[in-house]
Each structure stands twice: as C-alpha cells, then as structure tokens.
Design a binder for this molecule. Structure first.
Ligand SMILES: [Ca+2]
Ligand SMILES: [Ca+2]
Length: 284
C-alpha cells in the first residue's frame, strides 16, 4: 500500500516535473528503477520496480478524459450562452417589429350618445346623430354620425330631404332602465373613435361584457326607431348617454326609442321576454 502511494506520488511528479528525467523512452515493456528519498526523513533509499509507462498511460488517459469533459462542459456553457443571447435578441427584435407594425394599425367605431371616446381610444371627431325622417318610406335607414365642423355642399331646389337630426324619443314609460326622461326630444351626440393597436371591432347585442381576450370600449342599450314607423338600423347607445345640448324642441327626424325582446322565435331561455336589450362594443 505504502509502495503504491509512493509510486502514485512519483508518477505525478514525473508528469508535473519532467525534469527528473525518468520518463519512459516510448519503448514497449519500458520499466524504470525509481530512487526516492523516504518521506520520514530517514535518508535511506527505497528502490522499487515500477511499471511507470503503464501508470503514465492510465494517468494520461484519465487526464485526457477529464480535460475532454471539462472542455465539453465549458463549450456547452458557451454555446448555451450564445444561443440564449441569440434567442433574447431575436425576441426583442420580433416584439419591437410587432409594436412598430401595430402602431399603424387600428379600428374605428361610433360611440352613439356621447361627445367623447372611451379612455384608450382617440377621437377622430364628435358631432350629432343624423338620419332619415321617421315618416319617410324610402331612403337611408342607418343613423349617421355627422361632424360638428361640416364642409357643406351647394344649395339644391329639389325635394328629397333625408338628413335630419336624431332625437331621443323618450317618456316616463318608454325609456331604458335607469334613464330619466330629461333627454326627451333632445338631440343625440355621437363620436367616431379610433382604437390603435387593434385589428377587430365587434358590437355584441344581448351582452354588456365582452368575451375573454376582447376589450370593452363601451356598453349600453340597443336602440332604434319605433316599430310602428319605418325601419331603421339598430345602434348601441352608451349607458351614460347625454344630450347634444339643452334644446328640447320636438323637431323629430331620426328617432331613438328603447326596444325590448319578444320570446317565441327568440329562444327564452336563454333570453327573457319584454326586456331591455343590452349591448357592448368590443375591440381586439
Ligand atoms: Ca329636438
Ligand atoms: Ca320628438
């Protein structure tokens, strides 16, 4: 045991300090006679026959293996760092490109009944609702959002009036829940809103909240003209609707009435009969 320890120490010394000159010449079956001082300082000489070449080969193989492992580990770490840094840089570039691309994209919608746009949306313009007269049989059926700063056309003498103002046609018994009748006969404002970084807009009748992944712009009540008059589009009027101004003359024009559900062909449940119809405008 002691001898093998000395042999190991010596072999290491040969590798680390080859100046001793006892290295094998490279011949097969090479053996050296090793002379070393005893470690206990006895000043005697211990001689042992050792297969130094065999030990050297094992040690070289071992060291080469360890160096290889160490090199591979180091290279793996370096490669991981390079790959991770590359992925990070690519992600940053992609995100920046997406943001740059989305910055120029957006959707528009009309907020009926309000003079401003919801937080997060830019207002293109605000104005008053216009539309065809409720007694007219023909012509346009949709509400219009007319800007407050129009560029007017030339006078015409023919008779085909179709752009009137829009009025809240409410009463104590004919109004959406929670509203008072102070807006009766007052005109209806509107705003055209631009939502940046969005690619879709959808009004959902029958709900006041958007589905998952969609952003609610505003919600309110679905309104239209009265069903005894001529047909008109539906419009989602803001829950916090306001009048255009304080004038409440009964000028009529394009009218806004609340409306309700009728069960039968409309399935109840899930709907309920004779109920206000909620609505929400969602963007994504
Ligand atoms: Ca009026
Ligand atoms: Ca009226």
């Amino acid at each position: 045991m002691f001898l093998s320890m000395i042999a190991a120490v010596y072999t290491l010394s040969l590798l680390l300090f080859p100046v001793h000159g006892n290295t094998c010449s490279g011949d097969s079956n090479c053996e050296d006679i090793v002379t070393m001082p005893l470690l206990d300082g006895m000043r005697a000489t211990l001689k042992a026959d050792l297969d130094v070449k065999n030990m050297n080969d094992h040690l070289k193989t071992y060291i080469a293996s360890e160096i290889k492992k160490g090199f591979e580990n180091a290279m793996n770490d370096v490669m991981k760092q390079i790959v991770n840094k590359g992925i990070e840089e690519i992600n940053t570039t992609i995100i920046a490109a997406i943001h740059e691309n989305l910055a120029g994209k957006g959707v528009t919608y009309i907020r009926w009944g309000r003079k401003g746009c919801p937080a997060g949306a830019d207002m293109i313009y605000t104005g008053q609702v216009g539309g065809n007269h409720y007694t007219h049989k023909g012509g346009g059926v949709n509400y219009l959002c007319l800007p407050n700063d129009p560029e007017n056309g030339q006078y015409q003498s023919y008779g085909n009036d179709q752009v009137f103002g829009g009025e809240y046609e409410l009463s104590s018994s004919l109004k959406p829940s929670g509203w008072d009748e102070s807006m009766f006969n007052k005109e209806v404002p509107c705003s055209v809103c631009y939502k940046q970084r969005s690619s879709a807009v959808q009004m959902i009748p029958g709900r006041k909240t958007c589905y998952k992944g969609w952003n609610s712009e505003y919600h309110g009540y679905l309104m239209s003209d009265h069903n005894t008059y001529h047909k008109r589009d539906y419009a989602c009027v803001d829950i916090n609707a306001e009048p255009l101004d304080n004038k409440n003359g009964d000028e009529n024009g394009a009218l806004f009435y609340p409306l309700r559900t009728k069960c039968g062909s409309l399935r109840c449940p899930p709907y309920t009969n004779s109920a206000d119809v909620l609505c929400v405008v969602c963007t994504k």
